[in-house]
Write a protein that binds this ligand. Structure first.
Ligand code: SF4
Ligand code: SF4
Length: 297
């Protein structure tokens, strides 16, 4: 089966391709901050609220697009952050890793007999045979409902849009800046015209996502809003097959927690910050984690 990371890369390529194609060939498929056709759009929820607050006039199309975001987030949580948002890919292009433990592997030494000779599946089988009593879940640093700096930025963004009369955050949004940068580069190469935006847009992106590396965790108001809407009862979430998990067999495996870019534990029920990225699915040595829609908790 195709790895989740490859699936995400494919989806990102399709979204970026459709968005750029929409501008170049006038396909009508969304804008810098919305994807879809006509009134049926997944639009940036912060951008929708900002524009309605700045004009002080709620529109039916704005309310409808916001409702689409709410429904999708209730079903799939913060999936937008890892499957659609280009920010993780921009960070990767600049060499910034989402997880400090991208190479998380089952520890080299066996806790039971201290051997460190075995590799691959033999190591997994050996650890399982050596250990007996089940271990409790590790727990992630960002499990549970969080209210942090992102929510302050969200409140400030909405308030300033209302007071100043224009969507303030859109000026600095890395999603819009990414598409604007790609278009500026394409325009420069195709038309041989070099404008100031060719330097300014990528420069702001680098400052936000590379120099100030914790944008998604500490600043992003879109992440803040989606985390508020993300429900523990959502249908799509990682589910750990307890029978297959090494912890059930007493092996102190922490691979899924260590690899998680959101610092949550897929064993926990309440992980609104999970973006359904599938990194834990790919990394689990026992293939014990599934990311499939299910009504089961
Ligand atoms: S779900 Fe997989 S990666 Fe996570 S603790 Fe269990 S065996 Fe290890
Ligand atoms: S729990 Fe798994 S799917 Fe969710 S954010 Fe962490 S690694 Fe990605």
């Amino acid at each position: 089966m195709m790895k989740m990371s490859r699936m995400r890369a494919l989806v990102a390529l399709v979204v970026i391709g459709l968005t750029i194609g929409s501008f170049v060939f006038r396909l009508g498929f969304g804008s810098y901050s919305s994807f879809g056709f006509g009134g049926l759009m997944y639009a940036c929820p912060v951008g929708i609220l900002e524009s309605m607050l700045s004009t002080k006039i709620p529109t039916w199309s704005g309310v409808f697009c916001f409702a689409i975001v709410v429904v999708i987030t209730l079903i799939a949580g913060k999936a937008f952050c890892s499957w659609i948002c280009p920010t993780p890919w921009v960070r990767r292009i600049f060499g910034v890793r989402d997880s400090k433990n991208d190479d998380a592997r089952l520890g080299s030494k066996c806790a039971s007999c201290s051997c460190d000779q075995l590799e691959g599946e033999r190591k997994v089988a050996h650890r399982a045979a050596c250990s007996k009593d089940p271990l409790p879940a590790v727990g992630g640093k960002r499990d549970g409902r969080l209210i942090d700096g992102r929510h302050g930025v969200l409140a400030g963004t909405l308030l300033s849009s209302f007071v100043l009369g224009f969507p303030v955050f859109c000026l600095a949004c890395p999603i819009g800046l990414t598409f604007a940068s790609v278009l500026a580069i394409g325009y420069a190469f195709s038309q041989h015209v070099f404008m100031w935006d060719l330097i300014v847009f990528p420069a702001v992106l680098v400052v936000e996502l590379v120099i100030f590396g914790s944008w998604c965790f500490k600043v992003c108001p879109v992440s803040a809003m989606l985390s508020l809407l993300s429900s523990r009862k959502r249908i799509v979430r990682p589910r750990v097959g307890e029978d297959a998990c090494l912890r059930t067999q007493g092996v102190d495996c922490r691979v899924c927690v260590d690899i998680c870019p959101e610092k949550v534990d897929p064993h926990s029920l309440d992980i609104p910050e999970c973006t359904q990225c599938g990194a834990c699915v790919d990394a689990c040595p026992m293939r014990a984690i599934l990311l499939v829609p299910s009504a089961k908790r």
